[in-house]
Design a protein around this ligand. Structure first.
Ligand SMILES: Cc1cc2nc3c(=O)[nH]c(=O)nc-3n(C[C@H](O)[C@H](O)[C@H](O)COP(=O)(O)OP(=O)(O)OC[C@H]3O[C@@H](n4cnc5c(N)ncnc54)[C@H](O)[C@@H]3O)c2cc1C
Length: 375
């Protein structure tokens, strides 16, 4: 029987709705929601059926992330990074790890960004050297979502040998020599537990390498980038959709008692025009998002370019829509009751997550002008 991922997403979204405010106000990991996702079978959503997963597509994952993001940006972020790590492990990991993910025993994430190369995640400065049957890793990772909660990190380093840009590894979160800097206390996505992690002579078996030595860049571009960009876009669009709905509800239900008629905020043409702009922006970005999924599924020649466009469009749309929501909902938006200020803060992360919006504008501009992306 086909897994009803829409029903699963709906059930997990209900848990996310219940806990989102506390997750944000206490900056705590969304344990209840992530556990609900695990129990609903969503950890294994894109895992192969040969290891007990549901074998579903990126499109199914985008639906799940968009739906959960409407309630809790942090939970959507944690699951986004889980699916990104899963995509790499599905293609290059050991069967036992794939089984653990499929059956909800393994929470994955990416450990790409570094203190040295910052948002240029494709150029790690951290090192790996072979020592018998092990690799020895040294690194200063600057951000790892679910740093204290993940089972293992999908980790980038320079290759052991050769001049390629990178090699990927699976590094258990409890490996000796790893140190998490501490709890996350950020402006938005406050429950995503994204922290710096240092590695001092961390030893992992050479068999935990994901792909060939030096193959990291290709895996980042071919596997991680489409998954990450489309799922981060889904999170942005879920937040944006929720802000449209919350803003419309606030405008419809907020009245000026001294005005006998036309007394709701929504009766003001200016307010309605702002809400219309929000709706149009979100629908435009959603249309691109859906078309890019189709382009990916059909192997369209321009699918890669559309992936880059989609992440930028969704991040910028969510940010812009959040800005309008804060204006339209007035002073009330500054307080927590309306619920848009948390989402406004959450939207700010996507545009600085690598590849950042400004990098994407550069890449898309280069592609349109026929120039090489890197170089
Ligand atoms: C909430 C959150 C969770 C995260 N989780 C993870 C994770 O799980 N794993 C992971 O690996 N990383 C993660 N990151 C890191 C993220 O992907 C980026 O690497 C990080 O946000 C970059 O921040 P920085 O200050 O180092 O950026 P910088 O590189 O210092 O960039 C600063 C500014 O310069 C601009 N800029 C830089 N280069 C260019 C360019 N070539 N062209 C135009 N503009 C440019 C950027 O757009 C940005 O506006 C996370 C980040 C956040 C905010």
């Amino acid at each position: 029987m086909t897994f009803d991922f829409r029903a699963a997403a709906e059930a997990v979204a209900a848990v996310a709705r219940e806990h989102a405010i506390a997750v944000d106000s206490t900056a705590s990991f969304p344990t209840a929601t992530v556990d609900a996702a695990r129990m609903a079978g969503l950890f294994g959503l894109i895992s192969g059926t040969d290891v007990g997963g549901h074998g579903l597509s990126l499109r199914a994952a985008t639906h799940v992330i968009e739906r959960i993001a409407r309630e809790c940006g942090s939970s959507a972020m944690v699951l986004t990074m889980h699916y990104c790590g899963t995509a790499v492990i599905e293609a290059h990991g050991e069967r036992s790890v794939r089984q653990d993910i499929a059956q909800g025993r393994h929470l994955s994430t990416l450990a790409f960004s570094e203190a040295g190369s910052r948002s240029h995640f494709w150029a790690p400065t951290s090192t790996a050297r072979a020592d018998g049957k092990h690799a020895v890793l040294d690194a200063k990772k600057s951000w790892i979502t679910s740093a204290q909660q993940a089972t293992a990190y999908v980790w980038s380093s320079k290759p052991c040998t050769g001049s390629e840009a990178s090699t990927l590894w699976l590094v258990p979160a409890k490996a000796s020599g790893l140190a998490v800097a501490g709890a996350f206390d950020g402006m938005g996505l406050r429950g995503n537990d994204s922290a710096p992690v240092t590695a001092s002579s961390v030893r992992v078996p050479l068999t935990s390498r994901l792909g060939d030595d030096g193959a990291g860049f290709g895996i980042m571009m071919g596997t991680v980038l489409p998954t990450f960009a489309m799922l981060i876009a889904s999170g942005s669009l879920g937040l944006a959709e929720a802000m449209v709905q919350k803003t419309a509800a606030h405008a419809g239900g907020t009245k000026y008692a001294h005005l006998p008629t036309q007394n709701a905020l929504a009766d003001l043409p200016t307010i309605r025009a702002y809400i219309a702009r929000m709706r149009i922006q979100v629908d435009m970005a959603k249309a691109l998002w859906q078309e890019t999924l189709t382009a990916l599924e059909n192997g369209a020649a321009d699918a890669g370019l559309r992936v880059l466009e989609t992440k930028a469009a969704a991040a910028e749309t969510a940010s812009s829509v959040g800005d309008i929501a804060m204006r339209v909902c007035g002073g009330m938006a500054f307080r927590k009751e309306v619920g848009v200020e948390r989402m406004f803060r959450d939207t700010r992360a996507a545009m600085v997550m690598a590849p950042t919006s400004d990098q994407l504008f550069d890449f898309v501009g280069k592609a349109v002008c026929g120039l090489p992306l890197f170089g």
